[in-house]
Every structure is written in structure tokens, then in C-alpha cells.
Design a protein around this ligand. Structure first.
Ligand SMILES: [Zn+2]
Length: 272
């Protein structure tokens, strides 16, 4: 019987544990998660397809540098980005699978992270943090990666730009920030390119809004946006109230008609 030295087993283990899928514009390092080979291939294919498309929306610091994906399994965050390295949380992706039946229903979270990695502008964690988040979910939206609310056995909030009062500049509500950015873009189509230039060159200050929006400050723009959205919500509320009233009147008419017909036939039966 041939005895294989323990040393060889250790090498086999190392080969098994260190696993990398090399893409054209990215690499997916799934070391430590050999069972995730198929998902690593999926991430590489998706990222190779999307990276040039995201770059056509916005550029960044060293935008052509290869992006590295890694996996982790932790409770809490969706994923993380540090420079050109993106860490995807397998625990979160499994939560997506539980709610939607398929991890790929949240391919959009990968697009969001690709936007961060391409932008890689300095000092994100300051008063401009909301813009990094707005931009990432703006890109996700422009690339068509909407995720609806999960309303089945496992509930989960969806991912799509929407309005929430008071959250236009709240980086923890990135989809609301993206909704505000989409509003700004309607009256100033250059907003995304101008903001990205200032973020990347680290020359950003809030006067950019006055320059691009006829002297309007950022708080004034937020106020205009919220007034418009509040008005839309109010109109929807009034229309819904009217619909419920109309429905009640209609049901009332039917029930009175039904009562009149039954009464009529009741009288006929009695007279027989
Ligand atoms: Zn983000």
C-alpha cells in the first residue's frame, strides 16, 4: 500500500481552498467557498458584461483597474466595497433566495457595488455620502435591475427609486437618494457627470448646485422636490378616497335594486 505523506494532503487542501475565476474586467476569488464555484462564474459573467456599461454612465478614479470580488458569510450587511474590492455576503444572498426563490433576483446589488468600485472617489464618508449611494442606485436603476417587494411567506423590501419624506439626503436610504437624483436630472441632464467630476477630483462643495440650478441651493432643491412629491401623494390620496366613495355608492345602488326585486317577487308569491 502506498502511503501518501500528510504534506501532500495539505497541498491538496490549499488548492481546494484557493479558487479564483478570472474574468475580462474582474476576478472572483471564492477561496474558502469551493461550493460557490457556479455563483462565482455567474458573478464574473455578470460583472464582465456590466462593467463597460456602468462606465458609460459614469467614470471614476482609475476606472479601468480590475475589480476583485470576494465572498463572506456574515449577519448584517448586504455587501461591502473598499477601493476596487467588493465583498459579497452569501448570507444576504441566501436571504434573497428565501424571499424570491433565486439569488439572482438581486443581481442589482452587484451593479450597485460596481458603481462604487468604478467611482472610488476619495472621502465618501462625509456630508456627500448620500451622493455615492444615490449614484450607485441611479446606476442600478438605469441598468434595469429593479427588485420588487417580496410579499410571499418571507417579506422583504424591494429595491427601486422611490420617495420618502425627509430622506432625500439620507445615505441609509439610497433608493430615495437615487429618486432625488433622478428628479434633479430632469431639469439638469449634466448633473451626474458634473457631480462625478467633482467627487473624483475631490473638489466638491455644495455651490455646484447653485451653479447648475440657477442659483438654487441644495436645501432649496430638496424642498422643491419634496413639495412636488407631497402634492403627488396628496392627489393620489384624494383620488383613492373618491374611488372608495364611488365604490360604496355603486354597491349601495346594487343592494337597493336587489332588495326591490326580492320585495317584488315576495309580494307576487304572497298574492298567489
Ligand atoms: Zn452603496
Amino acid at each position: 500500500m502506498t502511503v501518501i505523506p500528510k504534506f501532500y494532503y495539505e497541498i491538496f487542501d490549499m488548492i481546494e481552498m484557493s479558487a479564483v475565476k478570472k474574468g475580462k474586467f474582474c476576478r472572483v476569488d471564492y477561496s474558502g467557498y469551493p461550493e460557490e464555484k457556479d455563483y462565482a462564474n455567474h458573478v464574473a459573467t455578470l460583472a464582465d458584461d456590466e462593467i463597460p456599461k456602468v462606465k458609460s454612465i459614469h467614470t471614476g478614479l482609475d476606472p479601468d483597474k480590475e475589480i476583485t470580488f470576494k465572498f463572506e458569510r456574515v449577519t448584517g450587511n448586504v455587501a461591502g466595497t473598499g477601493g476596487k474590492e467588493i465583498t459579497l455576503n452569501l448570507k444576504y444572498l441566501d436571504d434573497i433566495k428565501n424571499a424570491y426563490g433565486d439569488r439572482n433576483k438581486d443581481n442589482g446589488c452587484i451593479i450597485h457595488k460596481i458603481s462604487h468600485a468604478i467611482l472610488m472617489a476619495p472621502n465618501p464618508l462625509t456630508n456627500k455620502f448620500w451622493m455615492f449611494e444615490a449614484l450607485a442606485d441611479y446606476v442600478r436603476h438605469m441598468r434595469g435591475y429593479r427588485r420588487e417587494d417580496a410579499v410571499g411567506a418571507v417579506k422583504m423590501e424591494g429595491a427601486y427609486p422611490h420617495y420618502e419624506k425627509g430622506n432625500a439626503l439620507n445615505p441609509n436610504r439610497s433608493q430615495v437618494c437615487a429618486h432625488f437624483l433622478l428628479y434633479l436630472e430632469k431639469s439638469q441632464p449634466r448633473i451626474v457627470k458634473e457631480l462625478v467630476n467633482e467627487l473624483v477630483s475631490n473638489s466638491y462643495d455644495e455651490t455646484i448646485f447653485q451653479r447648475l440650478f440657477n442659483g438654487k441651493t441644495l436645501p432649496e432643491l430638496v424642498k422643491m422636490y419634496e413639495d412636488k412629491e407631497d402634492k403627488i401623494l396628496e392627489e393620489k390620496r384624494i383620488a383613492e378616497e373618491q374611488r372608495i366613495r364611488d365604490e360604496k355608492i355603486k354597491n349601495n345602488l346594487w343592494s337597493r335594486l336587489f332588495a326591490a326585486i326580492s320585495g317584488f317577487f315576495g309580494r307576487i308569491r304572497k298574492n298567489k
